[in-house]
Design a protein around this ligand. Structure first.
Ligand code: AGP
Length: 608
């Protein structure tokens, strides 16, 4: 969603802010802006549009200063336009604010300000911060920031400038993540790590309701009572620095190709082959707790929800605990029964998704044991749960999740094996699965090496208006994920179904113009999948079949076969999703779509 960057140092702020905005643009945005302190006033430039179009209009002469803040906005309160873009400011332009998150009581605050004669010009909730800060500021920025924390409800990360404080950025965090990047005689503020890499050597993660006063040589941290506290710095590690495209035309393609290495690292670090054990001590669930759980709720959205579908199969099938996958935004409405025998797992790449955060918070409040299966340990969800299983996918920049999905599947399989180990339901299981997990990176590499075949299929489906994706069992989620990938980046309308649903409705859609992608690899569901494929074929439907090497029926049944190597059925979804990722990528590319930043989507959805 929205992104924040701030800079104070000895360099010109404008190029740092523009570069920061570029690096934040993967989050999705529709407008951008900057504020820079110059000669006693704040110069604000902002508008609807992409940074490539906006930055050339921002004159370095008119924005010549060494302290400033910048923002990418993804519209929630008010349409994307110049007035609603950030930075927002008070009527005198003495205060500029960039904001990520939402004020829940903004209507009441707006009414109170208007009753006091304050003119509000935008539709945003953010403007309220600017007016409140300006009115509360008497020379003490901490006191004015504390006033915001007292007056405003909701989740927000803020970077604020005041015209009376030439080289100062005031950072305030509640709910939404905010970092201070510490450099040499310069410091930065950002909503995530990417714009800090290359300039900052260390970061300070602002805690809940903390305020930072950031100047070029100093970062002072305060709690909500105004007491100064120690700012803990952590170095930026090597994997966090890795944000280039490495010669790939798109981040998505690069991230698809990273999967074998990421899977290898995760699996190798978590399986102890000598003792035939899964090592997840840091996740913090004891054997006794595993044995006491009588339900697992797996909670996520979008791709993460599809990983939850697989997680529910393996946790129930291997560890023998009744398990269900639930969309985070539907969780509260169910009024789930919760106590310490429920293991509630939030599955999330960002750890910032608001729906998932709210759902896992209600599991915490209900007394469940909570776990995050996350790619960002130091995230809002990471700080909410009892323990974290870090999937170590590395930074994912493309809006469409790929490597994170396969890491989630591997992480959930490891978790299920650990549960089976603790509950005594896994005798011989690891001995059976460990070789399959060890070979998995090579199996994924094999599929990546068959991109040419996928390209042929993409040339065929690129003109489709609608598509169906079918799978069963462990691969029911793969079908949903294949459809999501296709629709989000190629804009082809695609639906994914557990194939058994076909007869109950979707088969009415089958025609020559609606290609069906069917996952029918070897394993317990193959025969029934082949039955579904025949039904589609009988209605003249075009078939793209994901099939196992050596399957003698595949060529006869399908228009295109996307071959995958024979693997253990438990890890098959990790392999089977890869041709679907490549198919959506190539189809989107052929259709001229913006692969890494599809329209209307944000990488991280920090609003409900
Ligand atoms: C997937 O390609 C999408 N970007 C989206 O469905 C995403 O998985 C979802 O918004 C959840 O995000 P999270 O993993 O950061 O919680």
């Amino acid at each position: 969603m929205c992104g924040i960057i701030g800079y104070t140092g000895s360099s010109q702020a404008l190029p740092v802010l523009v570069q920061g905005i570029r690096l934040l643009s993967y989050r999705g945005y529709d407008s951008a802006g900057v504020a820079i302190w110059q000669d006693g006033s704040l110069r604000i430039r902002k508008d609807k549009g992409r940074i490539e179009d906006l930055a050339p209009r921002w004159s370095p002469d008119e924005l010549a200063g060494t302290t400033g803040i910048g923002h990418t906005r993804w519209a929630t309160h008010g349409v994307p336009n110049q007035v609603n873009a950030h930075p927002q400011h008070d009527d005198g332009e003495t205060v500029a604010v960039v904001h990520n998150g939402i004020i829940e009581n903004d209507l009441a605050l707006r009414e109170a300000l208007e009753a006091d004669g304050v003119p509000l010009v935008s539709d945003t909730d953010t403007e309220v911060f600017a007016h409140l800060f300006a009115r509360a500021f008497d020379g003490d920025p901490v006191a004015a920031a504390r006033h915001l924390l007292e007056a405003c409800h909701g989740a927000f990360a803020l970077a604020i400038q005041h015209a009376a404080m030439p080289d100062t950025i005031i950072a305030v965090r509640r709910g939404s993540p905010l970092l201070v990047g510490v450099g040499v005689r310069e410091n930065l503020v950002a909503s995530d790590l990417r714009p800090l890499v290359g300039r900052a050597d260390a970061v300070i993660d602002l805690g809940e309701d903390q305020i930072a006063i950031v100047t070029p040589d100093d970062v002072r941290l305060f709690d909500a009572d105004g007491a100064e506290i120690t700012a803990e710095r952590r170095p930026i590690d090597h994997s966090e620095r890795d944000i280039g495209k490495d010669g790939y035309p798109h981040f998505m393609l690069k991230e698809i190709h990273e999967q074998p290495d990421r899977i290898y690292e995760l699996v190798a670090s978590r399986i102890d082959p000598k003792h035939q054990r899964v090592r997840l001590e840091d996740v913090g669930i004891t054997d006794e707790q595993w044995r006491a759980f009588d339900r697992v709720d797996l909670i996520g959205c979008g791709t993460a929800f599809h990983a939850c579908l697989y997680g529910a199969y393996v946790l129930e099938g291997l560890a023998g605990i009744p398990s269900r996958a639930l969309m985070a935004h539907e969780y509260d409405a169910r009024k789930p029964h919760l106590d310490e025998r429920v293991l509630a797992i939030a599955v999330s790449q960002s750890g910032e998704t608001m729906d998932t955060k709210i759902a896992i918070q209600s599991a915490v409040d209900g007394g469940a044991h909570t776990l995050g299966v996350l790619n960002v340990r130091e995230s809002v969800i990471g700080r909410t749960v009892n323990g974290v299983l870090d999937i170590h996918a590395g930074p994912e920049v493309a809006v469409a999740s790929t490597k994170v999905y396969t890491q989630m599947l591997c992480g959930l399989l490891l978790l299920a094996l650990r549960g089976a180990q603790a509950r005594g339901t896994g005798d011989g299981l690891l001995a059976e699965i460990a070789p399959a997990l060890k070979r998995l990176p090579d199996d994924v590499r094999t599929v990546l090496g068959r991109f040419d075949r996928v390209r042929e299929a993409a040339r065929d489906v690129r003109r489709a208006g609608d598509m169906l994706f079918l799978g069963r069992g462990f691969d029911a989620g793969t079908a949903l994920e294949g459809a999501l990938k296709m629709k989000e980046i190629s804009y082809i309308h695609a639906e994914g179904y557990p194939a058994g649903e076909m007869k109950h409705g979707p088969i009415a859609l089958v025609s020559r113009e609606v290609p069906t992608v069917a996952i029918a690899t070897s394993g317990p569901t193959r025969e029934r999948m082949i039955g579904n494929v025949r039904e589609v074929r009988a209605r003249d439907g075009e078939i793209i079949l994901v099939a196992t090497d050596g399957d003698g029926d595949a060529e006869k049944l399908a228009d295109f076969v996307l071959w995958v190597p024979e693997v253990h059925p438990l890890v098959a979804p990790v392999v089977n999703v890869v041709p679907l990722q490549l198919l959506s990528y190539e189809t989107a590319r052929l259709r001229g779509c913006d692969v890494d930043q599809p329209r209307n989507l944000a990488k991280t959805v920090t609003v409900q």
